[in-house]
Design a protein around this ligand. Structure first.
Ligand SMILES: C[S@@+](CC[C@H](N)C(=O)[O-])C[C@H]1O[C@@H](n2cnc3c(N)ncnc32)[C@H](O)[C@@H]1O
Length: 438
């Protein structure tokens, strides 16, 4: 064939070459796009752009999910109560599985090392952990039974198929066992003594007369196992204790409704971790509770549920007490607005705790900004100090210790301030809070 004939033939692309060219172009394009929008060291302008561009979408998404919430609730099974029941009733099974892994690790060691372990009584130690797990499960079984009773009474659906069958939160069961120690055992007294007195003293100072002439309602949101709420009620206040966790509420119910004698229950709360123990005896030591049986006639009422939804009425309480609570908010402004709303004019909000933010809240503010936010909402901070070395469900006999430097404050809703000032004024006066003590 002549060369002119060859030239007149239409060009036929080699499919392999086409794909290759396409892939190379796509790669180059993607790389250029990636390094333009996500450079290794993005410029400030680009970072701002990244932040700003998706903003309308976040807002839209927020609005849509807010609007759909009532609908979504029906699909968000299993309920917290179902999860709590499942977790309590499966406690023994879940812990046994963790212990089985310990057995397997031991058996995987060489014969000579296992013999050394034998001399240290390692097998006997694992067996004694097993025995103590059984003791713990007597309490967790009782909590599961209480949960079943509540579910039946409230018509809460439990048989939600596969999802509820596998929805277990074993860590929260362990947390509850540790809370029994913190709130209701003689061993927890040192933790309580570091935290409760400033709160109780502030209430007594503010309301010296508690003769029933004036109704003194105190709200304790996020009350956990409600020992603080009980101590406040013991001073002669009428107390509403609120928590939305069924793990906590069932545990409180065990204390307030199913306990007749001091130290009726015994658990081994430190056996869930093998770390930081000086001896196996320390790890397995029993803790009995409660150190006090709440009398039946005490003026303490439980309001299980979300603090933000349960108290829509205005000016119902003389005081609100939050202990290790405000940092659980996904939007702290909502918490503060709710506290403001329920407080009577002249009422006080007492807070104590760290700022251990959970999840990804709207604003994870540092302490000074939390105080400033409270002031912007109209609160007047009247007392403020730092409480050093507050422990939280710690093992005092272990080799590890962690402590918070909690902030305590008393904030007042002024009598003449019916409405909080607009929270937008950027030129508002500087913080009037007292300097925290060292
Ligand atoms: C860190 S614990 C503190 C418990 C207790 N105040 C104490 O000091 O032992 C926080 C508690 O707040 C509860 N909680 C969190 N958000 C809540 C909400 N929106 N309504 C009611 N309780 C809530 C949790 O279930 C948990 O029991």
């Amino acid at each position: 064939m002549s060369s002119s004939a060859q030239a007149s033939q239409p060009y036929k692309a080699n499919p392999k070459q086409t794909v290759l060219t396409f892939l190379i172009t796509l790669t180059i394009f993607s790389l250029v796009a990636y390094f333009t929008f996500f450079p290794l060291r993005p410029s400030l302008l680009l970072r701002r752009l990244h932040r700003k561009l998706p903003k309308p979408f976040y807002r839209l998404f927020g609005r849509i999910s807010h609007a759909l919430q009532p609908l979504l609730v029906h699909f968000s099974a299993p309920t917290d109560l179902a999860v709590a029941i499942r977790s309590f009733s499966d406690y023994s099974f879940a812990q046994q599985a963790a212990l089985d892994a310990k057995w397997r690790s031991f058996e995987r060691m060489g014969k000579r090392h296992r013999r050394l372990g034998q001399k240290l009584g390692w097998r006997a130690k694992l067996e004694s952990v097993e025995g103590k797990l059984e003791a713990n499960s007597r309490v967790t079984d009782e909590l599961a039974a209480l949960g079943m009773e509540r579910a039946r009474k409230e018509g809460v659906p439990l048989g939600l198929g596969m999802r509820s069958r596998f929805a277990r939160q074993d860590g929260r069961v362990v947390e509850v066992l540790k809370h029994f120690v913190r709130d209701w055992s003689a061993e927890g007294k040192s933790e309580r003594d570091a935290l409760f007195p400033p709160i109780l003293e502030a209430l007594e100072k503010e309301f010296p007369k508690r003769d029933g002439a004036e109704e003194l309602d105190v709200l304790v949101p996020g009350c956990g196992l409600a020992r603080l709420a009980y101590e406040i009620a013991s001073l002669g206040f009428s107390v509403e204790a609120n928590d939305f966790s069924h793990f906590m509420n069932l545990a409180s119910s065990l204390i307030f409704n199913r306990t007749q004698s001091i130290n009726q229950h015994t658990i081994h709360p430190y056996l869930h971790s093998f770390s930081h123990h000086r001896s196996i005896e320390n790890m397995l030591r029993p803790i009995s509770f409660p150190d006090v049986v709440p009398p039946k006639g005490i003026d303490l009422h439980f309001e299980p549920g979300d603090f933000l939804k349960l108290f829509p009425e205005k000016e119902t309480h003389s005081a609100v007490v939050t202990l290790f609570f405000i940092d659980t908010a996904s939007n702290l402004c909502d918490y503060l607005e709710t506290i403001w709303r329920v407080l009577k004019p002249g009422g006080i909000w007492i807070n104590e705790g760290p700022l251990l933010y959970y999840g990804n809240p709207g604003m994870a503010l540092p302490l000074e900004d939390v105080i400033r936010l409270a002031e912007l909402m109209g609160f007047v901070i009247e007392d403020r100090r730092t409480l050093n070395d507050s422990k939280y469900t710690a093992d005092d006999e272990g080799m590890y210790s962690f402590a918070y430097h909690c902030e305590f404050w008393v904030a007042r809703k002024p009598v003449n301030s019916l409405k909080p000032p607009p929270p937008t004024s950027s030129n508002a006066s500087p913080s009037s809070a007292a300097t925290p003590s060292q």
